[in-house]
Design a protein around this ligand. Structure first.
Ligand code: GLN
Length: 555
């Protein structure tokens, strides 16, 4: 079970005074607070500081693993196997540091831990209350994520100021400010300035109210990042005056064409300087050369490719956040723009698949769960196989590509995954109950009554061969997993005889990747390569895929 590690003991005294930047959000949700926090993290890292990041989620679910991606966006999987908020993906991509299970926690985890301790008698007969017991637990969970090498820890508080749910989190960080010297904490509030067309102007009132709301609970923000485009200096002055902030600490945070332009933008605007002043530190000027290089590529992208993503959570593109980003990273490294179309797998029918996929240079089928959309994905993978269209199948995308191959190339009628068809005559993909992880430890899927963390989760070494090893430039790679079903090795020989190549396995011989050799580019991977792609270093598999899409366009 995915039980959070209880913060049993008091946090270790940190050898140096680590400084905290708390990021809150006001007015509305979806302001891009995670990207803002991560971009600030990127500039501070570029100034030579060791930055760590945390996301505090006010909802009661223990983790987002069981939440519908269409509601909550992608579930980001850390290398240590935690199912976390998608903001952790932004953190990894922007600060280039691996996040761990403890970098994200929820109200559900806090209460789970407090209640466990109460049952054990840890509170010695006291009445257990939100203040101080829940807030103390929150502070311990924050302290638990701090590493000895950290200079700055950016703590993003999910939700919007004014929500009932986030109050204990805000109270906990208010206490942290109170307990620490003034130069060890900085509060950054991300808000919105709505544009009212009839008045022809951006309105500051909601922001004023949101700052007032923060002040009412005892938090004086130091810095405001106001989302909105063309905001006048007068408006910023006004906000500073009403919000009791220094005018130089109120910034406009406009929409940008690519989020990766933000680190430079923030630095040009002086956001990092303002944070450093509040924290009373003078780190060297940032080295933004790599981000600059990224901008140059972005501005000079000459080519473009059309990629179709055939999935079932297309109603919210955030459901495929890391994958979308990974495709863009790969594109930019080749100065190629990616035009991505999200195609609803449920809309693909035998007679529409050709038309819907027409005009696309390559197709990707992302991860997914359950029956819905499966028929469409099977049709798409047959179509790309027969028409030599470059294809990347991820997790369920690989599983269904193999099912399709088994049915139409190996004569295994009605082959399927037992996830979709329990009584299939050919369980090509089936639930595996036991395996050994990288360290040789026995692991098992035990789905009974608890859906949290009953999967193969997190980083595991994959042993690659042939073309795939060539693409990666290595015969071993650690990639992250999130699935319950596996390729059934009882069918391996039969499928090999029919022409399928098994391109990678784990240490137990579980299949990690497949390839179709008679095809320009057809790979399926059981793991999720999108979680390890970064804007600055890209990812070998996606780069090869985009290269194949470009080749397809030229041929
Ligand atoms: N539903 C499949 C499984 O559990 C695939 C999961 C995924 O695509 N992430 O094995």
């Amino acid at each position: 079970m995915n039980t959070p590690v209880a913060a049993e003991s008091a946090p270790q005294a940190t050898p140096k005074a680590v400084k905290f930047v708390f990021v809150t959000g006001g007015v509305v949700s979806s302001l891009g607070k995670g990207v803002a926090a991560a971009s600030l993290g990127a500039v501070l890292s570029a100034r030579g500081l060791v930055v760590n990041m945390l996301k505090l989620d006010p909802y009661i679910n223990v983790d987002p693993g069981t939440m519908n991606p269409v509601q909550h966006g992608e579930v980001f999987v850390t290398e240590d196997g935690a199912e976390t908020d998608l903001d952790l993906g932004h953190y990894e991509r922007f600060i280039g540091r691996k996040m761990r299970r403890c970098n994200n926690f929820t109200t559900g985890q806090i209460y789970e831990s407090v209640i466990k301790r109460e049952r054990k008698g840890d509170y010695l007969g006291k009445t257990v209350q939100v203040i101080p017991h829940v807030t103390d637990e929150i502070k311990k969970f924050i302290a638990r994520a701090v590493l000895p090498e950290d200079d700055i820890v950016i703590v993003e508080i999910g939700g919007t100021v004014g929500d009932i749910e986030s109050l204990p989190f805000l109270e906990a960080v208010r206490q942290m400010r109170q307990e620490k010297p003034a130069n060890e904490t900085c509060f950054v509030h991300v808000t919105l300035l709505p544009y009212v067309p009839s008045a022809g102007e951006y309105k500051t009132k909601p922001t004023q109210h949101s700052v007032r709301e923060l002040r009412e609970i005892g938090i004086m923000p130091n810095i405001l990042l106001c989302r909105g485009d063309d905001i006048s200096p007068e408006n910023l002055q006004k906000i500073a005056m009403f919000g009791n902030l220094s005018p130089g600490n109120v910034f406009v945070a406009p929409d940008v064409k690519s989020v990766y332009l933000l680190p430079q933008q923030y630095h040009a605007d002086g956001v990092d300087k303002a944070v450093c002043e509040v924290l009373d530190i003078q780190p060297p000027a940032p080295d933004l050369a790599q981000w600059q290089d990224f901008t140059t590529r972005f501005n000079n992208a000459e080519d473009s490719v059309n990629i179709a993503m055939v999935g079932k959570y297309v109603a919210l593109t955030d459901s495929y956040k890391s994958l979308t980003e990974a495709l863009h990273h790969a594109g930019l490294r080749q100065q190629t723009r990616i035009n991505l179309s999200y195609i609803d797998a449920e809309e693909l029918q035998e007679d529409t698949v050709a038309e819907k996929l027409a005009g696309h240079d390559a197709v990707v089928i992302p991860g997914g769960f359950g029956l819905r959309g499966v028929e469409g994905k099977l049709l798409a993978s047959r179509y790309v196989r027969e028409n030599n269209i470059p294809f990347l199948g991820i997790c369920i995308g690989m599983q269904l590509a193999v099912v399709e191959f088994a049915r139409h190339c190996a004569g295994l009628t009605n082959a399927h995954s037992t996830e979709m068809m329990n009584d299939t005559p050919h369980p090509i993909i089936a639930m595996l109950t036991e395996w050994q992880d990288d360290s040789g430890k026995q692991q098992q899927h035990s789905a009974e009554g608890d859906l949290g963390g009953t999967m193969r989760l997190g980083g595991e070494t994959c042993y690659l061969h042939g073309k795939l090893a060539e693409i990666y430039g290595s015969e071993q790679v650690v990639e992250r997993h999130r699935h319950r079903y596996e390729f059934n090795n009882a069918y391996r020989q039969q499928l090999e005889q029919a022409g399928l190549i098994f391109a990678a396995e784990n240490r137990n011989g579980l299949v990690e990747a497949i390839q179709l050799p008679q095809h320009p580019w057809f790979f399926g991977v059981q793991f999720h390569p999108e979680f390890t792609s970064s804007p600055l270093s890209g990812h070998a598999l996606f780069e090869s895929f985009i290269q194949a899409a470009r080749n397809a366009q030229q041929s």
